[in-house]
Design a protein around this ligand. Sequence first.
Ligand SMILES: *Cc1c(COP(=O)(O)O)cnc(C)c1O
Length: 388
Amino acid sequence: MSTTDKSNITTSAVRAGINTDQHHGAVVAPIHLSSTYSLKGFNEKRQFDYSRTGNPTRSTFAETIAKLEQGSVGIVTSTGMAAVHLLCQLLSVGDTVVIPHDCYGGSFRLFTHLAKRGQFTLIVVDQNDQQALADALAHKPKLVLLESPSNPLLRLVDIEATTKACQAVGALVAVDNTFLSPALQQPLTLGADIVFHSTTKYINGHSDVVGGVLVTKSAELGEKLAWWANCIGITGSAFDSFLALRGLKTLPVRMKQHQENALQVANFLKNHQAIEAVYFPGFPDHPGHDIAKKQQFGYGAMLSVEVKGGVEAVKKLFANLELFTLAQSLGGVESLISHPSTMTHAGMEIADQLQAGITQSLVRISVGIEDIDDILADLTYGLAQSQQ
Ligand SMILES: *Cc1c(COP(=O)(O)O)cnc(C)c1O
């Protein structure tokens, strides 16, 4: 694992928003629901004037994430997809953008549909295929999207090396860090220009907010994107920011437990007779293991498996699980299980899914922080039933 000192992340997360209330000294950052703010006098603005543009609660959340990601500007958006869409504002007609062939299904859908309408030229590549990546970079893209680990197959890309290659041709690099959170990976320190998240997942961590955030390394790029966020009106609400900030305070502690449980689940599944393959970067034989050791502070708590017996076995597994909830999303304290092909990645054509390695027997698991014995007991029963 990297030797970067993370103790300040735990402290920064917990201390977020403390001492921001100058009037009453509220220990928890107050929630400011006001949509508008009075001027001191004619043409004399205060720090905030209108909540689409700026809001104190959202601002505290944005500054905290920016600090955790070691960036300069944080922009809180209404959803993770709004953060991805905000990136598209950097592109003009005629520009080229490169995305990974196995990125989050919603991102894939957005980029392919906007490209179809002629908003930019899109190149979809397997970023671990060095020749394909070099060919794509020869088109001098304006923006390259990375997602590591990828959803749902947990593939990794070397962020530092890929970023260098992209920046060498003048591209901006934006990394989707949703699967790990800043507690386990900080792409800006690896050279990326932008890092973004669906805060719906680990950052909020309690499955009760849909939100996004984007952090830039340079203040200039941050100001440009903040201008667009206000212009197109995709900034996050004060209430959601308040909840996400509350969730964020326990992020490093939650990640510890998530990871401890995930490692046990992965080991349990690895030798299970109902399982054909386990995709988990924590295994030494995972193709991205060495990259994970180099650029991550942990292996995360997401994994996916191929269940023996195809989709029929998957259906039986789902029907016989009690603790695991069959649902989209990930990163909440509760364990969730999903079928990417018909759920998270349904926005991709089946042919594109297969190209990315998403089969009908693929199941994605978001390991929660319940008692590990209960988690394993549930999987033991469900998997036995799946093979009946
Ligand atoms: C969920 C997710 C998104 C989209 O975020 P929403 O909050 O659902 O809009 C983007 N990237 C990844 C990796 C995700 O898991």
